[in-house]
Write a new protein. Sequence first.
Length: 378
Amino acid sequence: MNSKKGVEKFITNPSRIQLIIYIAAMIVISRAAFFLLYVWHLDGSTFQGFLESINIWDSNYYKMIVTDGYPESATAQSSWAFFPLYPLTVRIVTNLTGMNIDLAGFLISNICCFVSCIYSYLYIMETRKNAEEALFYLTLMVMGVCGFYESIMYTEAMYLMFLSMGFYYMEKDSYLVMGVCGALMTATRNTGVFFVFAILFYWIHKIQAKSFKEFIVRTFSNSRLVLGTMMVPLGMFLFMYHLWNLTGDPLAFVHIQKAFMQDTKPGMFNVFARAVDLYGGQLWFWGYVIGLLLILVMLCTLKRNSERVWGIINWIIPFQRGMGCQQRYLHIDIVTELCFSDWCMKLKRRWRIVILAVMALAELVLMIMWLDRNGFLV
């Protein structure tokens, strides 16, 4: 009876130390499962071999940036498309510790994952005031579908960390700290620049101005808000300045995207048409498409303007490059899985446990697909 009460108390009101232990335990269990799948599926035996097996695809570009920096001229798919903060952090860690690049990237990603969980919990408690939903969301993020992206040498975990911090400090009206988080976000991934729209719609809802004039006056009278918002694109601007000095083209990170598109023209409909040509004959693809449409409908039901706008933007952005990356963009935008959590909280607890179990099993399948270098997950 006491143990049952203890579990109930943890679910509804965990202490700080309990929360920290729970998050750390989930990360360790998830990464251990990833390693054991590597041992079982690829007959691997060493941790370094595991790291080399999971740090593939875009990870190779980050490794090149860590060791050689950015090239002065493009050769096929240049590393200009990849923003600098994550590889810069890896380089600093490797230089200070002598650690190899794969291990440094793995540790940095998992530390960022841990911090993002803390701030996501704080944000949910600030906006939903529901510890049970916060724990459900954290379990879904770490153990559920696409959680493995936060352990590999991709920018997902670092971006998610700064994004969760940005949302939290925006909600707390700490606009300068929000701006710093936004600047670090845009130094990590170019999509971070769209966070300004989340700020805009958050502010519109907050002040409830009765006229456009009142909105302008109240907005620009809040110097911290204005300065914090203006700080958001700073990370991207600094990268553009570096590319300008290096190549003469501050938008090299945009122009080089053509090399990644292969024979696909940019734009949502062109990307979808190519995906249909490649996968249209397979039933799973149409299930994937239906799932994406359901996610879009779900995002439109979000009550908070900032979350709804941010979610829809991040639903649209991946279509400009390829449908294969859609799932990881949605995974790290916070609001997609938070919206799903909102819906799941309407169900009884036993059904939420079933959902988490199904998501965890699906994650194991995705881990195997990643180890098999399935190109759709890139």
